[in-house]
Design a protein around this ligand. Sequence first.
Ligand code: FEO
Ligand code: CA
Ligand code: CA
Ligand code: CA
Length: 571
Amino acid sequence: RADDHAKTSRFPFKAIDIQTDGTIHVPEGYQWKVMTSWGDPLFSDADGYEIAEGGALENSDRVFGENTDGMESFVYRGHQLLVINHEYTNNDINLPAAQEGVPANADDVLKLQNLQGLSVVEIAESDNGWAIVKDSPFNRRITHNSPMKIAGPAAGHELMKTTADASGTESLGTMNNCGSGKTPWGTYLTCEENFNGYFGSTVAEQAPESEQVAAGYSRYGIGAEGWGYDYHKWDERFDTSKNPNEPHRVGWVVELDPSNPEAVPVKHTGLGRFKHENAECVLAPDGRVVVYMGDDERGEYLYRFVSNGTYSAGGSTEGLLDEGTLFVAKFNDDQTGEWLALTPESTGMELAELLIFARQASSAVGATTMDRPEWISVNPNAIEAYCCLTNNKNRGVKPNEGGDDTSTNGPNPRDSNNYGQIVRWRPHNDDHASQSFDWDLYVMAGNPGVYNNEYAGSENITAGNLFNSPDGMSFDSNGLLWIQTDGDDSNEEEYAGMGNNQMLVGDPVTGEIARFLTGPNGSEVTGLTWSADRRTMFVGIQHPGGNFPEGGSLPRSSIVAVKRDDNGLIG
Ligand code: FEO
Ligand code: CA
Ligand code: CA
Ligand code: CA
């Protein structure tokens, strides 16, 4: 019968229980193995890299970086390549213990800068499993000091110029690389998220001369203290009293060509400056490039870029991520929505300024405040997209001065929101470039063991699949939706029965959700991609606690390879 058929699970595994221990669990018939961890050498001259004191400075830009996050896989001339983000450093781990996470000199800062950014690696599978091909000509580290090009409408603008770069078109480093994306032409997109935390001022009473710059600092959370990286005390570039425009040169989506180890990464200012989570690309029916992007902060917004030009396989990609229109989402209570164009006419700001200060531009047009938009993923089998709204633990409290209030609204309906939800939208006319869409909530996470109201979650939440704070998310080639969590793993009180952070899989048609993997305690599960033959799934384990994975004195962020015991297809 049709309704029975609709309820037949498409998941080829038996869902696993929650876990609270220090290792990884996968279903019966599956296995996992660490492929690489922070500190592993990409080049043989970095063999024996010392991590005991949090990592040596020497060769810190020749080893796999800290805190793996978004990643994508590529095949180039038969070589299997992975590009991986290293979002941030755990300073209490990456600096000698006696320093309690506080950099003591410029060398400490340089080490932290080197352990973040990106890794490009060639990988290969042998009888011992997957490993990095050491010394591959494709292997490459991008750090907080690697040269970048700035392209698009904000390149060269006064607000982008610094003493070191009077052109406003060449910056150094890509920072707080969180989620990722892949263009239709096979390049990698890395997304700069909490870039504000690296900046500070050596002048305590920080007041940029320009009112516009000061307002931008308030809205993006740039203060005199920073978030503890203390770069500004040892590296003038990050001292906003000396380089007030440097923060305008981060907060972008950056494109990298993994097939060319010499290629200079490009910051595409047309995609707007905010705390980027990921960048999900899809082609409209007419070939225009659509990029969906979330700004992960309470009360900020969900964005879409639509290119002016069109892409066809093998054709020119010139300007496709530079010339186009940035839109911000407005969700109506009747489950429709529209994309509001951010233009000089709609915002009263000039083009470069509305891109640099995309948050203020979005407030000006009346966009819908969201509960922290994390990853967005487009269904390969249907014209629809999904975004994790991870949580909002401070409803009504403005995250940053100048922000909008964060009262409840259609897709963000719960007052205090510790669990999160996933919103889905279907563009009208089956066209991701349409101006309007219909939306619904794919899942509202919750805890029916504790609550019997809206905090119990939506119907597809059961005692067997409890989770909170959805964050990473990717569709596989079969059209199943993999959901990774970055939430409270205390397993107590309102989080009772949720266990460690985890990866689940959702069926977009039936709504069914099942738990596939649990991470070690303390960790967040983030980053997901597949080998070219789809017999391996690569999963990132960020900021594990304890001494994962091998019982040394320090926990190591790692990428694990997950396979079926029978080496069958896995997504
Ligand atoms: Fe880096 Fe919003 O997660
Ligand atoms: Ca994330
Ligand atoms: Ca998160
Ligand atoms: Ca994280």
